[in-house]
Structure formats: C-alpha cells, structure tokens
Design a protein around this ligand. Structure first.
Ligand code: NAD
Ligand code: TYD
Length: 340
C-alpha cells in the first residue's frame, strides 16, 4: 500500500511515521509536510534512509500542488495529521487555522474523491466537544457528545471533521475520524505544556501555569495514539468516529509537580500567570467504542509514560535545544514577555 501521511514532520505525525515505517516494510510511507515552525526534519532522522519512506515538502491547502501529487503518486490511503495545532497561537492568528485545518482538509478530500482512495483518515481532537465542568467527574466525551468548541483551533478542527463526514454521506468517500485526548511523548514541540515544563525546568527557568493550574487534561502517550490510528485505518468502519483516550486525567498543577519531582527541581519555579482566554476546564474521553469494537488498549498509564518522556528529553537535549535556540525564542517572548 502507498500511504500519504500529512504533517509527518510534527509531533504525532513524526511518531506515526516512525511506527509505520518500522511496522510495515512492505508499505510505502510518503510524508507530506509544509515544514512550518512546528515541522522538523530532525524528527525523521531515524527513518530518513529507509527504503519504504519518502519526504515531500508541500502545502495541503495548495490545490494545484496536491492534485499533481495525487496524479503522480496515486496513494491508496491518506492520513491527515497536518494542522495548525496550538490553541494559544489560534487566539492570536485564527485565519491560518482556517486555511490549513479547514481548507487544507477539503483540498485533500477533493483530491481523494478525484483520484479514488481506499481510505481517508482524519486525525481530530477531543477539543471539538468543548469542555466538561470540574465538579462532574462522572461525565466523559462519547462519540455522540455534541460539538461545542471554545477556541479558534477547536472550531477549525470541528469544521474539518464535518467536511470529512459530509464527503462520506454526499460522495461515498471511505473516511474515518478519530478524536484523541492530549498526547505527550518524544518529539513534542516545547510550546506545549509537558515539553515546555521539562525543558524550562532543566534550565532552571520560571514555569508559566495558567490561572490556578486547576484545568484537567486526559493524557495519552503518543505511541498509544499511533497504534489506535493504525487500527482504525485497517479495521475501523467507514463513516465512523472513534474517540481515543486512556483515562489519565491530571490537573495541570499535578502534571507540573510530577515533572519537577522527577527532575529533582524546586516547586518555587512555578509561576501562576494570566489565564488563557476561554480556557477549557476539563477534557475526558470515554474510549468504550474503540476498546470494544477494535480491541484497542493503551500500553502506558500517565505514570509510566511520563517517566519515559522525561528520559527521552534528558537523552535528546540536542533535538529540543535546536528548537529553543531558534524561531521559538521570539515566539516565547511575544507570548509570555509580560506574563513572566
Ligand atoms: P504539530 O503542530 O506538532 O505538527 C503539525 C505538522 O503539520 C507540522 O509538521 C507542520 O509543519 C505541518 N503542517 C502545518 N500546516 C501544514 C500545511 N498547510 N501543509 C502541510 N503540512 C502542514 O501537531 P501535532 O501535535 O503533531 O498534532 C497532529 C494532529 O493531531 C493535528 O491534526 C492535531 O489537531 C491532532 N491532535 C493533536 C493532539 C495533541 O495533543 N497534540 C491531540 C489530539 C489531536
Ligand atoms: P497545551 O499543551 O497547550 O494543550 P491544550 O491547550 O491543547 O490542552 O496545554 C495543556 C494545558 O496546560 C492547558 O490547560 C493549558 C495549560 N498550559 C499552562 O498552564 N501553561 C503553559 O505554558 C501552556 C503552554 C499550557
């Protein structure tokens, strides 16, 4: 099979490319990525010379380019990870999220329809469901939970999901959609909470915690997400949505304190800063459907996954130090300059 993975130079897409190239030597994995600030070819070093791997630089929202690529490559499967993915950036620049997340998705869908594919998979997020109250631990997101987005990021992802499902209903395109909770693990860009805290704590820098640090996220180790997507693409039912999560809820403050303890760093590094506007309170996934229909079970709990993640950051300083020393430094000053 020839599989186009978009956004494969990013965090989850990169981990997915590693997983697929190693697991399926008979398949050809084409990594299509624009290499925005979040795309990093250093992430692909472990697979760059594999005979079943190829990288192509390009924009999923560039219609002429995408159609030419599909004409030349004739892919069997398309798995769309490419996105603008950071909520804070979506608050300052919503338009780039509409362009890549919505228009990029519809461009890929049109190419899939024109050239005929066996499966299109959309990598989506639990953030499309909005948030849950902090005082109702009995509530979880199921696939039937209504879409109720809070941020420009989640709104653009929900819009994309609706187009994907509409292309199934209207044109019979063989699609699946997965909605996963927060991921963490190797190659995670240090603008997101866990890698940000690890890298800054290692440099003895202040750690920005939004509001009181009471917001809850449901953390999934990235390879558990990759395995779930592989399973959905191969065995999931066309036209269906699958939620992915492993019941690993933590408040942000718990996450930060766990990392500080593991690194033997003081809690005095924590700095409570102005809250994110519209900050979602709690995300929590009910994964019953993927567990019962497809037999998926996560391998890692938060306690085992966070140890593995911290080890990776300790052993791969070069990877994240290259990022921190470049473009990202300017972003960090703009985003946090007055807050820290
Ligand atoms: P990321 O920001 O690390 O990577 C995104 C990648 O997409 C980058 O390599 C970037 O260069 C590429 N890209 C951006 N715009 C592009 C364009 N127009 N054309 C081609 N490539 C482009 O994101 P991530 O955290 O790896 O997330 C991947 C996907 O998973 C996203 O769709 C995101 O919505 C979804 N998701 C993420 C999480 C999470 O916790 N990170 C959870 C659930 C779902
Ligand atoms: P993030 O990693 O941006 O993921 P998402 O917003 O998609 O859940 O943030 C995770 C949580 O951590 C979220 O509640 C916001 C919070 N947060 C901080 O408290 N400080 C920070 O510097 C960042 C980046 C996030």
């Amino acid at each position: 099979m020839k599989i186009i993975v978009t956004g494969g130079a990013g965090f989850i897409g990169g981990n997915f490319v590693h997983y697929m190239v190693n697991k399926y030597p008979e398949d050809m994995i084409i990594n299509l990525d624009l290499l925005t600030y979040a795309g990093n070819l250093e992430t692909l070093k472990p697979v760059e010379n594999a005979p079943n791997y190829k990288f192509i630089k390009g924009d999923i929202a560039d219609r002429a380019f995408i159609f030419k690529l599909f004409e030349e490559e004739k892919p069997d499967v398309v798995i769309n990870f490419a996105a603008e993915s950071h909520v804070d950036r979506s608050i300052t620049d919503p338009e780039s999220f509409v362009r890549t997340n919505v228009m990029g998705t519809t461009t890929l869908l049109d190419a899939c329809r024109t050239y005929g594919i066996k499966r299109y998979h959309q990598v989506s997020t639990d953030e499309v469901y909005g948030d849950l109250p902090l005082d109702r631990p009995d509530l979880f997101f199921t696939e039937e939970t209504p879409l109720h987005t809070s941020s420009p990021y989640s709104s653009s992802k929900a819009g994309a999901d609706l187009f994907v499902l509409a292309y199934h209903r209207t044109y019979g395109l063989p699609v699946t959609v997965s909605r996963c909770s927060n991921n963490y693990g190797p190659y995670h860009f240090p603008e997101k909470l866990i890698p940000l805290i690890i890298s800054r704590a290692l440099n003895n820098e202040e750690l920005p915690v939004y509001g009181k640090g009471e917001n809850v996220r449901d953390w999934l180790y990235v390879t558990d997400h990759c395995k779930a997507i592989d399973l959905i693409v191969r065995k999931g039912k066309v036209g269906e949505i699958y939620n992915i999560g492993g019941h690993n809820e933590r408040t942000n403050l718990e996450v930060v304190k766990t990392i500080l303890k593991a690194l033997n760093k003081p809690e005095s590094l924590i700095k409570f800063v102005t809250d994110r506007p519209g900050h979602d309170r709690r995300y929590a996934i009910d994964p019953t459907k993927i567990e019962t229909e497809l037999g998926w079970k996560p391998e890692y709990t938060f306690d085992t996954g966070i140890v593995k993640t911290i080890d990776w950051y300790l052993n791969n300083k070069e990877w994240w130090e290259h990022i921190i020393s470049g473009e990202y430094t300017k972003y960090f000053e703009n985003m946090y300059g007055e807050r820290l």
